[in-house]
Design a protein around this ligand. Structure first.
Ligand code: IFM
Length: 440
């Protein structure tokens, strides 16, 4: 058989999963800053997370669906505001509920990966300034201690914080997310504090035993200079430095660059905090030196009109280019710089009619396979997401699920891409390389 006719297999034990987050699927998360923001009508067309996908009530059906699709892993997050509804008071009932969810997973052969912070803060923390407050990393570590004591025997893969650069940028520079601030300097302070929180939580988790693996989840967005003009190249590098490189440097050196604010630069525990890199990869944008509408520092980001785009980007604020080569670039860069094993903790696209997702999956997973062949240590992929869910500022208007979910009726419907992902996960292999299934 010629090599191009052979299946492209993945290593034994490779994790094939999907990812979700608490606020996006649980429902009735009334005690965090996002719920409050939604009640103020700040989400697109007044949408609210409401009952979301009902996971707090009942998760078994969706976990059955994940298992039936051959998934052997699921990444989900814990809701800090449920576990610590009042500062210093921990809710044993909420922790028991999470324990039951983890047991459901194990019963179905699904390995859990837990994220401790995925964009939401308890209201009491937000009232104190959230991640701008210098004591927040220690508060986060105290919450982590309770979680490890209650759930440490049910999980070994831990993500401390999801996408610090996105949380900080959208909440404190762009102003699209609560608390709606527009001061890039604050965004950098917040990102720095989140790195401190990552180190503090990792120290707690590592203390609980060497079976625990800790990662930080970073959204590696690709910044492409719009032209070869030196000013565009430099601006793209500046965007990349503040959003990507400064975080990679912090993880490998244990020191924060001055972009994160002045003050103590060596962060206790940061250098040894990270056992794996959690890579979220979605897209790239093009960057041009200062235009009349700068979205960040001295620059303007955009997506050229002649590239294939997902349902993202229609609002002109977000970026939706489908760019699988970027996943390979990200994997290679992270592995070269950090030497850490990598989980792709999220990749996916909003595509309501599912006319792009099957090809998206084949092309992005081909990039992963190519990376493995070149010796890059990728341990698993979590597609965002198992089912459509509450997409933050876009509300219910962007559909990322392998299952379509109707938030009015609760109906779930498998999309063709979900069936395709099941074939790949069950075979632990991609179909043979063809023009349709291979190139990226
Ligand atoms: O829905 C989000 C998720 O919460 C974090 N990463 C990107 C996803 C899609 O926008």
């Amino acid at each position: 058989m010629r090599p191009e006719q052979q299946q492209r297999t993945f290593p034994d034990g490779f994790l094939w999963g999907t990812a979700t987050s608490a606020h996006q699927v649980e429902g009735q998360n009334t005690n965090n800053q996002w719920w409050a923001w939604e009640q103020q009508g700040r989400v697109y067309q007044g949408d609210s997370s409401g009952d979301a996908c009902g996971w707090w009530r009942d998760v078994a059906g969706d976990l059955d669906r994940a298992a039936a699709l051959g998934q052997n892993a699921h990444r989900m997050s814990l809701e800090w505001s449920r576990i610590e509804p009042v500062e210093g008071q921990f809710d044993a009932v909420a922790l028991a509920r999470y324990r039951a969810i983890l047991e459901h997973m194990h019963q179905r052969g699904i390995t859990p990966m837990l994220t401790l912070h995925h964009f939401t803060n308890p209201l009491w923390l937000e009232a104190q300034g959230g991640w701008l407050h210098p004591a927040t990393p220690q508060r986060f570590a105290r919450y982590t201690e309770q979680v490890i004591a209650a759930l440490g025997d049910c999980c070994q893969l831990w993500c401390t914080i999801n996408e610090p650069s996105i949380y900080a940028g959208l909440s404190y520079a762009a102003g699209w997310w609560p608390p709606g601030r527009r001061q890039p300097r604050l965004a950098l302070l917040v990102a720095g504090n989140m790195l401190r929180g990552h180190a503090a939580a990792a120290t707690v988790i590592h203390r609980a035993g060497s079976q625990h693996q800790v990662g930080l989840v970073h959204n590696l967005h690709i910044y492409e200079p719009a032209t070869l003009l030196p000013q565009d190249i430099l601006t793209a590098r500046l965007f990349d430095y503040t959003n990507n490189q400064a975080i990679l440097n912090a993880l490998t050196t244990g020191r924060l660059s001055p972009v994160f604010g002045l003050g103590q630069r060596t962060v206790p525990g940061l250098r040894d905090a990270t056992d794996f890199f959690g890579l979220n990869y979605y897209t790239r944008s093009h960057v041009r030196f200062f235009s009349r509408s700068p979205t960040w520092i001295l620059g303007h980001e955009f997506t050229p009109t002649d590239v294939e785009q997902s349902d993202m980007g229609a609002d002109g604020k977000t970026y939706g280019e489908i760019y699988p080569a970027g996943l390979y670039q990200a994997l290679e860069r992270i592995y070269q710089q950090t030497g850490l094993p990598i989980y792709i903790t999220e990749t996916g696209l909003p595509d309501d009619d599912d006319d792009q997702r099957p090809r998206f999956l084949l092309r992005h997973l081909s990039a992963v396979h190519r990376a493995l062949q070149r010796g890059i240590d990728v341990r698993g992929v979590f597609i965002w997401s198992l089912l459509d869910n509450f997409e933050w500022a876009h509300g219910w208007h962007l559909r990322f699920g392998l299952y379509a979910f109707d938030e009015r009726t609760g109906e779930r419907r498998l999309r063709p891409s979900g069936a395709l992902y099941a074939i790949i996960a069950r075979a632990n292999a991609l179909p043979a390389l063809t023009r349709e299934t291979g190139g990226f």
